[in-house]
Design a protein around this ligand. Sequence first.
Ligand code: GLA
Ligand code: ZN
Length: 679
Amino acid sequence: MKEKRKPIMSGFTHILHGGDYNPEQWKDTPEIWQEDMRLMKLANCNTMSVGIFSWAVLEPEEGVFDFSFLDTAMDNIAKNGGKAVLATPSGARPHWMSDKYPELLRVLPDRQHALFGVRHNHCFTSPVYREKTAKINRLLAERYKDHPALGMWHVSNEYGGECHCPLCQAAFREWLKKKYGGDLERLNHAWWTAFWSHRYTSWEQIESPSPIGEIYVHGQNLDWKRFVTDQTADFMHNETAPLREMTPDVPVTTNFMGFYPGLNYWKLRKEVDVVSWDNYPNWHMPDSNIATAVQTAFLHDMNRSFLHKPFMMMESTPSLVNWKPYNKLKRPGMHKLSSMQAVAHGSDTVQYFQWRKSRGSSEKLHGAVVDHCGHENTRVFREVAELGGLLQKLDGIVGTMPESKVAVLYDWENRWALDDLQGLQNEDKKYIETTLKHYTPLWKRGVSVDVLDFHEDISAYSLVIAPMMYMMERETIQRLKQYVAQGGTLVCTYLTGTADENDLCWLGGLPAEDLKEVFGLWTEEIDTLYPEERNALVLPDGTKYAVCDYCEIVHPSTAEVLATYKKDFYAGQPAVCKNSYGKGTAYYIACRDTGEYVDVLYGELLQQLEIPRALPNLPEGVTAHVREGGGERYLFVENYNGAPVQVVLEKNYIDMETEQTVRNTLKLDGYGVSVLKEL
Ligand code: GLA
Ligand code: ZN
């Protein structure tokens, strides 16, 4: 599956650098269009995303098309030696369309019909909207299929949201009929509708979840979320069909949104040739930059793991955004560091929202390469141009990949189920936070990690870490079992294998089914602590680590006890267990530690399993990653501290930016980053 050294756009062997470009906002000032081309060259940009919200210009009246602005933009980009990421315009639509076909606007969960406005508010089922998008997409493909600027398709923009209109209700019922083989009793069982007299006696009674109707049937909520993902994927399929037919060699992507809860990207990835995502971290939080770096690294790893090949950072800001509660500037150097972080994890692009600040409306204060002043004499422009200069030296990195021996599992459906679950800590089960706690020890040791969902093949990994794996179907249970039996090392936690894929609790003792043998224990109860409460887990030598939030009471059968609880009525009972199963080992961490214990545990496991690290002995707040391919190895060293650091190197390298040889020690400025090629 791993394709080495293949550029994203065929024949264009450079890291892509550029961003969302909206010349349609500047139609009355052609001098700005010309100036944009000069500035793009100066900023060392080579790729522009065009047409994302251009529908009202492209089709000002129904069936009347005017591509002149896009013709000029595409020609200008080509003349400038660049490439276009050409968008389909379905993220927003012209007024005439919603006026004439109001059914393509969404119905909200409370069944109110939306008015025209904002964006991303169309029905994914509407036949008219599907027809309109397919038509404009076909015209775009026909017109630009041989255009030298056309590099790839950017389909719509950040698909998201859901629609509860009658068409969507009907489609949901059809989806359910298919899933349950037309057998309503199977659905009633899966949704456990004997509870509260919720039994369905006809398909027509079924509605999507609503605050004025049903929200407590967890199986129903899950199926609705699955349907929304499938319907979005189906809509996307309809959008891409004409593109694939007319331009079979031009890759297709759509921009994902990190942890966005509304869509299961493991499904949507099947509709794209290249994964791309929009990255807007909260840099420079008062406590530290490191947690932000860790979370961002995790998301880059996940986006790379979707297709196991280089991905695109489609959007990022060169300076600040305008939609957070507090919109802080990236400190000098941070832009290069955060951009190179993406590349270190496998992005073959650094792209921005946005090229030029819009003059009015809601995003006028959002960061851009070109500010309202209109010239290049700004800090942000200089930093972008400088970064572009470095990227131009990195053609050799295009198509290379990190190699991972560790997988961390993070699953959308598991998150949906945990978010819905009533019990434990109701406000927030902290699934993401906990997953990141388990990922942090790997990040700080410079270990490459793939991030997978529960359905992926894990057989090639030496270590698999799967926190809070609450919802598991039988097939997943079997895969975990086989993985350990064949020699894998698996780390799971409290809540493992509690419910099946319909969110029905497994019967017969937890963790479900054969997992009791794999972990050599069964779990009886789970205690939730108040937020400030702490217990501790105690190692045999007396070392203690703080425990918060959850303590499960477990009974080992074959498992060895690695740590016990310090206090409460379960003091002295197992808190962490290890079990040999087949040729492998399974760890069960029955409580949530505050992060110190997993740090020690993973430190030991990485050594035992001889898992490669990009560099040993990394200073606090510094990490390193390797991309390799075609016999070349590139080392990225990233300093998330505001202060300078020195990093010990084991080999000799050439610094790709300065072209100087680097031996023994690497000096990094505050927020400094270096890309080194192994000699
Ligand atoms: C999203 C959208 C862009 C823009 C940016 C602002 O990622 O795709 O159109 O609104 O946010 O950060
Ligand atoms: Zn709808």
